[in-house]
Design a protein around this ligand. Structure first.
Ligand code: DGT
Ligand code: CA
Ligand code: CA
Ligand code: ZN
Length: 582
């Protein structure tokens, strides 16, 4: 999988061009980087055998034009990019790394370098801690605090990889192992199987018969093409590091123990502790080899996970809820929730097009939504205050709604809904007048500015927006972006109570670095009686495929199909949206 490498290269080029003061190009490179980064297939596979056809395939990717396609081509065929190397020579070595610290841009990096000789994140941290930065012109104590916070966010982002990016890599390795004739069963385990929003390392479990088979599997695993380091290579466990920095652990067990090992290595650790305690209470012993009677040491289960849980006397639990947050008790009392299913979502309420900051046209988004088998899709470009994202002034939005509705009138296979992602202004007002909001099928409201307000201000601001009778959905309610921005301060309990009362739907944003609401918050909101929609916040046709990452959050939040409005067919929507007619 070359996506992460190619994306990083493009991001770095964008940063370097920006530091040189080049206009527009950095934005184009970032858009292309984002597109490659979030691609569900391998960019190297898209390129295929290369040549003219390969280049055209690359150019078909959202945000990738001819010149960027050529650069990707050069990198994929030669492993190098002369343009990148040339740019890099013009900057001190470590400055590129500094660009990844949130909240500090090229101008400040240059100043810090020229005045204090700062070249690395470690030096930046030391300088901020020693209060050497506050003295510089244009900086102050507050900037030092912000820099330290930014470094914290950056480090957290480096330690763990987003599930959305790790999952395709893990799935690819799982597939490769499955194809080996030596393997009997193969499964992803650990936090990746539990679909946690970020993962520390990928765990994979394989079973086979006999030790020579195990040795062959290990040899295959440690010599895969993307391996840069082998941390450990043993008979039952090996660990490798991929070029992207991702660590992958493989355990190989005897096929008779596959279920017990899968239960053990899926975790979470906390879940395992509780299950093991329960086993002991029932006169049993549970470990990664099986379930045993304590008295006779006779093995009574181990081949499948279902069998393991059953032997202990509890229901099978989906991996997503194995976090020791009440699932074992619920399973013992036969009170497990019916979880929303992957692939069960019937439409998306949050999509952008080239009209604001998306990369694809309305027609392309609609076609892609149809390919997913959706019954409906809402087009929600940005509102006027979002200048960087080319939000539409009132008049233009009005025209755009007309165009969307005209397209909807001609479309037979899918219901196209006309809407907007409307900024919730610092005053709590929405970014468009009621007259205009009234013309939208769907109004998605979100906070995109003044993230540093006090908790009280932010809470009042969002509460005021929830009061607006035209608001249908509160988008990404906490505003966080993993590795880039901490959530804003807000009293979520008051927001959840008000959303339930005003019947405003809460978004579970499936975009990999947002996952907002996150699992624990969505579960808490359900307790307040809130209803949800899972949205991808797509900025291109590929992004629409993130939906199941949002379903994973919903499952981790114990949500059932009834809780998630977009698991309903089109005819079920008017109950939840004032202006949708079917
Ligand atoms: P991560 O990698 O930080 O995202 O989280 P996990 O859950 O994948 O944790 P990891 O990779 O350290 O271990 C994989 C699984 O192995 C874990 O979910 C449960 C199991 N496991 C690891 N260490 C222990 C342990 O000390 N006790 C128990 N009961 N289980 C463990
Ligand atoms: Ca792990
Ligand atoms: Ca591990
Ligand atoms: Zn959006």
């Amino acid at each position: 999988m070359k996506n992460a490498e190619v994306a990083q290269l493009l991001y770095d080029i964008a940063d370097m061009l920006e530091m040189q003061g080049v206009q527009f190009k950095p934005g184009a490179y970032r858009k292309a980087a984002r597109s490659v980064e979030t691609l569900s297939s391998d960019v190297a596979e898209v390129f295929g055998k290369g040549g003219k056809e390969g280049r055209e395939k690359l150019m078909a990717l959202p945000g990738v034009g001819e010149s960027i396609a050529e650069k990707i081509e050069e990198f994929l065929t030669t492993g190098k990019l002369r343009y990148y190397d040339g740019l890099k020579k013009k900057f001190p070595k470590h400055i590129i790394e500094l660009m990844n610290v949130p909240g500090i841009g090229p101008k400040r990096i240059k100043l810090l370098h020229d005045k204090l000789g700062i070249k690395t994140v470690a030096q930046l941290e030391a300088a901020a801690e020693a209060h050497r930065i506050a003295k510089l012109p244009g900086f102050g104590e507050k900037s030092e605090e912000d820099i330290l916070k930014g470094i914290g966010t950056f480090r957290k982002g480096q330690e763990r990889m987003l599930l959305g990016y790790a999952l395709p890599i893990a799935a690819e390795i799982e597939q490769r192992l499955r194809k080996l004739k030596e393997t009997e069963h193969v499964s992803i385990a650990g936090s990746t199987r539990r679909m946690k929003e970020t993962i520390g390392d990928v765990d994979i479990l394989a079973s086979c018969k006999g030790s020579s088979a195990a040795a062959k599997i290990m040899r295959f695993f440690t010599t895969m093409p993307d391996v840069t380091r082998i941390l450990a290579k043993g008979e039952t466990k090996s660990s490798i590091v991929l070029k992207t920095g991702l660590q992958v652990d493989l355990r190989v067990v005897d096929d008779n123990s596959f279920g017990a090992a899968l239960q053990y290595f899926t975790g979470s650790k906390e879940h395992n502790v509780v299950v093991r305690e329960l086993a002991i209470k029932r006169g049993l012993k549970l470990n990664e080899y099986g379930v045993f009677r304590k008295s006779s040491n006779r093995r009574i289960a181990g081949k499948s996970e279902e069998e393991v849980y059953e032997a202990i006397g509890i229901r099978y639990m989906e991996p997503e809820i194995r976090e020791n947050s009440g699932e074992v008790e619920a399973a013992a009392r036969n009170k497990l929730p019916k979880l929303v299913q992957y692939g069960s979502v019937k439409g998306d309420f949050h999509c952008h097009t080239v009209k604001s900051d998306g990369s694809n046209r309305l027609e392309d988004m609609v076609t892609a939504a149809k390919q997913l088998g959706y019954e409906y899709v809402a087009i929600t470009d940005h509102s006027k205050s979002e200048r960087i994202a080319h939000g539409l002034p009132d008049e233009e939005m009005e025209q755009w709604l007309k165009q969307i509705k005209a397209a909807a009138a001609k479309e037979k296979k899918i219901k196209i809904l006309a809407g907007s992602e409307v900024d919730i202004l610092p005053s709590g007002e929405l970014d468009y007048p009621d007259d205009l909001l009234r013309k939208m099928d769907v109004v998605v409201g979100s906070v995109h500015s003044r993230f540093k307000s006090t908790k009280e201000e932010m809470t009042e601001r969002i509460l005021a927006a929830l009061d607006n009778r035209y608001l249908d959905i509160l988008a990404h309610p906490t505003g966080r972006m993993i590795g880039k921005r901490e959530p804003y301060e807000v009293d979520l309990k008051r927001i959840f109570a008000a959303a339930a009362e005003k019947k405003v739907l809460l978004e579970i944003n499936a975009y990999p670095d947002r996952t907002d609401l996150k699992d624990v918050h969505a579960r808490e909101a359900k307790g307040f009686g809130c209803k949800f929609v899972i949205n991808t916040d797509s900025h291109n046709t590929e992004n629409l495929k993130f939906m199941d990452l949002g379903v994973a959050i919903a499952r981790r939040a114990w949500l059932s199909p009834e809780d998630v409005v977009n698991t309903r067919p089109l005819k079920g929507l008017p109950k939840f949206f004032r202006k949708i007619k079917v």
